[in-house]
Design a protein around this ligand. Structure first.
Ligand code: ADP
Ligand code: MG
Length: 243
C-alpha cells in the first residue's frame, strides 16, 4: 500500500456558468479517515462530493484518489472505487432490497447471479436487514431504505464512501439506525467523506470536521477542538445551531 493520502484535493475550483461555487478547496484524507463536512445550504458541500466521483466536472485544481488524478481515471472505474449514498436513497422501486444491491456487482463487476446474491445477503446482514432481503422499497421505512442504500454501495468494495446528508430525508426517530450503521462502518476502518448535520455522529466518528462557507473552508479540525474551541465566530455560531 502506498504512503500517498487516499484522497488529495488541491486548490479545487468549480464554476456553474459564471458562479464560482468552490473557490480553492484543499485537504487530504488518509485511509480510514472520517472527514465530516458541514456548512450552510448552498455552501458547496454536495458539489465538492460530486467533484470527487466526477458526477460533475471541475475547472481548476486537482483531486487524486490513491495517487491518481480522478480526471485521468476511467469514470466507471472511479465510481467503482468510490461509493455514494444519497439523501433520497435512489433505490429502484421495482427491485427488492437484495436485487437493488445485486445490480452493481452483476453489471459492473461481472459477478455471477449466485455470487452477487450471496454478497447482497452479507451486506444486508451487515446493516441489520437480513430479514428484508425480499422486500420492495415501498415496503421499507426510510431508515431501512437508506440502510439498503449503504449496503448497495458497500457491495462494490469501495475504497472510499461519500455520504451526502444521508439522514436529512428521514423522520427523527429513524435517524439513529442509519447513524449506527455509519458509526459501525467508521469503526471498521472505512474511509468516509460525510456531509451531515448529525453532530452526534461527528463527535463519535469524525477524525476531522471541515466547515465550508461560500465555497471556502473557513476552518477545520478534530471534533474536540472544533466544538470546544473554534477559531472563527462563524464556525462557533454554525455549530451552536446544530448541537
Ligand atoms: P450545498 O450542498 O452545500 O447545499 P451545493 O453544492 O448543492 O451546496 O450548491 C452550491 C452552489 O452551487 C449553490 O449556489 C447552488 O445553487 C449551485 N449549484 C448546485 N448545483 C448546480 C447546478 N447543477 N447548476 C447550477 N448551479 C448549481
Ligand atoms: Mg447539498
Amino acid at each position: 500500500m502506498s504512503d500517498d493520502p487516499l484522497v488529495r484535493v488541491d486548490d479545487l475550483h468549480k464554476r456553474y456558468g459564471d458562479e464560482e461555487v468552490l473557490k480553492g478547496i484543499s485537504f487530504e484524507m488518509d485511509r480510514q479517515d472520517v472527514q465530516v463536512l458541514v456548512g450552510p445550504s448552498g455552501s458547496g458541500k454536495s458539489t465538492l462530493l460530486r467533484c470527487v466521483n466526477r458526477l460533475t466536472e471541475f475547472q481548476g485544481g486537482e483531486i487524486t484518489l490513491d495517487g491518481t488524478p480522478v480526471t485521468e481515471m476511467d469514470v466507471d472505474d472511479l465510481r467503482r472505487q468510490v461509493g455514494m449514498v444519497f439523501q433520497d436513497f435512489n433505490l429502484f422501486a421495482h427491485l427488492t432490497a437484495k436485487e437493488n444491491i445485486m445490480l452493481g456487482p452483476r453489471r459492473v463487476l461481472g459477478k455471477t447471479e449466485e455470487e452477487a446474491a450471496e454478497r447482497a445477503l452479507d451486506e444486508l446482514d451487515r446493516v441489520g436487514l437480513a430479514a428484508q432481503a425480499d422486500s420492495y422499497p415501498a415496503e421499507l421505512s426510510g431508515g431501512q431504505k437508506q440502510r439498503v442504500g449503504i449496503a448497495r454501495a458497500l457491495a462494490m468494495d469501495p475504497k472510499l464512501m461519500l455520504f451526502d446528508e444521508p439522514t436529512s430525508a428521514l423522520d427523527p426517530e429513524l435517524i439513529g439506525e442509519v447513524v449506527e450503521v455509519m458509526e459501525d462502518l467508521a469503526e471498521g476502518g472505512m474511509t468516509m467523506l460525510v456531509v451531515t448535520h448529525e453532530m452526534g455522529f461527528a463527535r463519535a466518528a469524525a477524525t476531522d470536521i471541515m466547515f465550508l462557507d461560500q465555497g471556502r473552508i473557513v476552518e477545520h479540525g478534530p471534533p474536540e477542538r472544533l466544538f470546544e474551541n473554534p477559531e472563527h465566530e462563524r464556525t462557533a455560531q454554525f455549530l451552536e445551531r446544530l448541537t
